[in-house]
Design a protein. Sequence first.
Length: 96
Amino acid sequence: MNVRTQITLDPELQRRAHAKAAELGISFAEYIRRAIATDLGEAKPKGDISAIFDLVDEGPPTNVARDKHKMIGEAVWNEFARKTGRKSNAAKTRRR
C-alpha cells in the first residue's frame, strides 16, 4: 500500500530534481522514491514461516513446546559460532 506525502523543496532544488528525472526518463515521483530507497537501503524481506516447518523428517522426535528455549539457544549459538569462526555445538557433538 502506498501513502501520499507532501514535501516542500527549494525552487532550484526542485528544478534540478525534475531535470534529473527527465534525464533518467522517469517521473519526478519515481526519482524521489529511488533517492529515498537508495539513502535508506533496501528493506529486508520478512521470512516465510513455512521455512521453519517440515525441514527434517528423520531422527528422534522433538518436543518443541517443551524444548523451544534450548533449541533456539542452540541455533543462535551455532549462528554466532559460524559468523565468528568458533566451534559450534553441532561440531562438538559430531566429535564425540
